[in-house]
Design a protein around this ligand. Structure first.
Ligand code: GLA
Length: 386
């Protein structure tokens, strides 16, 4: 990949690149739709990700090319106009990082040429956008000697997503992409941003990523709507309880106060946020103890809650997940990321891998009419210079 991105850069910009950077994608093991509710998440960074080859320029132009969108050609903006423009399409992700770094007082006084190439499927819920954000952040920090730590880059990545792209997402994706550690999962408390690095030791099992191949776009999806429903539920609970987020509630207290919600939909949304947070903490302990059977059961319970209470799965994800769960070599499976399409994960016995892939792929094709793709996930470090 490193050679490939060097070549792309040279072909497009007619001179050699100066530096190469990489930012991973992520999968979330468990803790879905909890990050904007002050709950816990448990993601890993993966070896699929985005590469960038870069060279500084003498002027103030930023020229960007993505091998994933060759038809867009070279996108261009200058350091003097870092506002969001619809026509800039994917280039708004890097541009947002330039914008917020400048706003935070960091000096970037030269333009650059940048070619990027990724092997994360776009729109598959593996955080290709957070990957580009942190890739840009880490690159700019390095090229311009900016004294900013990775956690602050993570926050600027989220700001880009929220305030530039208009997706009201939580901090999980940028956090996993920025702070990931090879062979480890990160238990992040999204309220305090305290986190624990936990060995992701699956023993005789491997983590499968299964792509529904159903394209979805977060912008304009039901994502913002779910977030709003959770805020409404919180507001009603706050009439009696002194809490700042749903993540502070346990199931028992929630059940004792559920009448405050007066609306079945709000009950379901809040119940998911609260039980999912509890499952996430349990799953972390199960993984630490090497209790993979319990870990798998928690994955299954997470999916059921995302399907029935949070209603963010859909036919494709449910087909993939329930087929995977029924395979004798699998300990558990669930959707990962925002939902509505995108990817699911499963914990699969190494010796059953080939059979698992064949059976899930065949059933999915029969029921959905187009193929899935299934790969083994390897857990990588966060965004970095290569
Ligand atoms: C998307 C968002 C994250 C998180 C997940 C759901 O990936 O970007 O912040 O909310 O959905 O867990």
């Amino acid at each position: 990949m490193e050679n490939e991105i060097q070549e792309i850069f040279a072909r497009i910009f007619g001179r050699p690149a100066q530096n190469i950077y990489f930012a991973p994608g992520r999968v979330n093991l468990i803790g879905e739709h909890t990050d904007y509710n002050g709950g816990n998440v448990f993601p890993v960074a993966i070896t699929l990700g985005t590469y960038a080859a870069v060279r500084k320029r003498e002027d103030r132009h930023v020229r960007l090319y993505s091998e994933s969108f060759p038809e867009k050609g070279i996108m261009e903006f200058t350091l003097d106009d870092l506002t969001y423009k619809k026509a800039d399409d994917w280039a708004n992700y890097p541009k947002g990082m330039f914008h917020f770094l400048k706003e935070a007082g960091f000096l970037i006084d030269q333009g650059l040429d940048m070619a990027i190439y990724g092997n994360i499927p776009n729109g598959a819920g593996l955080s290709s956008s957070a990957s580009i954000e942190l890739l840009t952040g880490v690159m700019l920090r390095d090229l311009f000697d900016l004294s900013i730590d990775t956690l602050d880059l993570v926050k600027l990545g989220q700001k880009t997503e929220n305030q530039f792209m208009g997706v009201n997402s939580g901090i999980m994706d940028q956090f996993a992409v920025g702070m990931g550690q090879a062979d480890h999962a990160l238990l992040l408390d999204t309220h305090t941003l305290d986190y624990e690095v936990v060995p992701a030791d699956f023993g005789d099992y491997v983590l499968a990523i299964m792509n529904t191949n159903k394209q979805r776009k977060l912008t304009g999806s039901q994502y913002n709507e779910r977030r709003h429903e959770c805020e409404q539920a919180l507001k009603k609970l706050q009439e009696k309880l002194t809490i700042h987020s749903l993540g502070e509630l346990d199931s028992e207290t929630f059940l004792a106060n559920v009448h405050l919600l007066e609306n079945e939909n709000l009950v379901k949304r809040a119940r998911h946020a609260i039980t999912e947070n509890e499952r996430t903490k349990k799953a972390k302990i199960a993984l630490q103890k090497g209790n993979l059977v319990e870990f798998g059961e928690l994955l299954n319970a997470s999916h059921a809650s995302l399907q029935k209470d949070y209603e963010v799965t859909g036919k494709e994800l449910d087909t993939l997940v329930y087929t995977a769960q029924q395979h004798p070599g699998a300990l558990g499976a669930r959707m990962t990321g925002a939902g509505f399409g995108g990817c699911a994960i499963a914990l699969v016995k190494k010796t059953a891998w080939d059979d698992f892939v064949q059976e899930v792929a065949q059933t999915y094709l029969e029921k959905i009419g187009y193929p899935t793709e299934i790969y083994q996930a390897n857990i990588d470090d966060g965004a970095r210079k290569l």
